[in-house]
Structure formats: structure tokens, C-alpha cells
Design a protein around this ligand. Structure first.
Ligand code: FEO
Length: 169
């Protein structure tokens, strides 16, 4: 028997879908960077793809252990290309800000429904979104500094090539 309200389950399932969409968006960005021969950027985005799948699975597992029914919906098609690496990262940062807003809306719903367990679970995502906006924002800042200097772009590319997926970072 479900120990979690229907409105909350519906909203958590929608967020599960948005996390999978985030994974899909960053995989699309990885393909874009591969097409530019920026393999470090492509690697960074594939690690981000793994992170987003991990986020999605956190929702999946939480819904299931609370007795809710996990539902999978169609995944929206992500954009395929951007004007420049900076344009891609600015797009990603904007996307993360939207995700932060969605998480805030979920927290508000948990409060309204007096669902303390869901409220607690969501605090991990509240903190994670601070880190997400910071890591995308930092790269946006570096790309702005690089401007048209290809040597700096290649230096950033080699730095981003070092990123590895660390599970729950
Ligand atoms: Fe799942 Fe990038 O937040």
C-alpha cells in the first residue's frame, strides 16, 4: 500500500522524467563537442550524463520504496547543436536554473502535503542544485575569459577531459 500521496507521486515521476531529459540533453551536448573535436568537453558532458541518470534513479528508488508507482514518460528530443562552446554552456546553465526551480516547486508541494519524508529526500537535491549551478557557471566564466583565444579553449578542453564519474559527488 502506498505511503505517499498521489499528487506527490505524480510530481516525483515528472521530475524523474526531467532528470532523464537532462541526461539526454548533456549526451546531445557531448555529441556536439565530439563533432568539434573537443574531446575533453565531450568527456565532461558524458560524466554529466551519468550524474543525471543517477539523479533520475534516486527518484525512481524513492518512489518505489515509498510504495508509489514509478511511471516512465516520453523523453523530449534535445537540441542538437549550439553556436559555440560558450553558447552550449550558457544553455546548460539556464537549464540547471530551471531544474532548481522545479526542485523548489517540489519542496513547496511536500510542505503543502505535510510530507516530511519527501521534504527530507529533496534536501539532497536542493544542495545538489547549488553545486550544479556552480560547476556550469564556473565553466561559462572560463569560456567568457577565453573569448576567441583557441589556445585557452584547448587548455580548458584538456582540463575537462580529466573529469570522472564519482557516483554521489
Ligand atoms: Fe539533475 Fe543537473 O540536475
Amino acid at each position: 500500500m502506498a505511503v505517499i500521496g498521489e499528487r506527490v507521486v505524480k510530481a516525483l515521476n515528472q521530475q524523474l522524467n526531467r532528470e532523464i531529459y537532462s541526461a539526454y540533453l548533456y549526451l546531445s551536448m557531448s555529441a556536439y563537442f565530439e563533432s568539434l573535436n573537443l574531446r575533453g568537453f565531450a568527456n565532461w558532458m558524458r560524466v554529466q550524463w551519468q550524474e543525471e541518470l543517477m539523479h533520475a534513479m534516486k527518484f525512481f528508488e524513492y518512489i518505489a520504496i515509498r510504495g508509489g508507482r514509478v511511471e516512465l514518460f516520453a523523453i523530449e528530443e534535445p537540441p542538437k547543436s549550439w553556436k559555440s562552446p560558450l553558447d552550449a554552456f550558457e544553455y546548460a546553465l539556464e537549464h540547471e536554473r530551471k531544474v532548481t526551480k522545479l526542485i523548489s516547486d517540489l519542496v513547496e508541494l511536500a510542505i503543502a502535503e505535510r510530507d516530511h519524508a519527501t521534504f527530507n529526500m529533496l534536501q539532497w537535491f536542493v544542495n545538489e542544485q547549488v553545486e550544479e549551478e556552480e560547476s556550469f557557471g564556473e565553466i561559462v566564466g572560463k569560456l567568457k575569459l577565453a573569448g576567441d583565444d583557441k589556445r585557452i579553449l584547448l587548455f580548458i578542453d584538456s582540463e575537462l577531459g580529466k573529469r570522472e564519474f564519482g557516483g554521489e559527488e
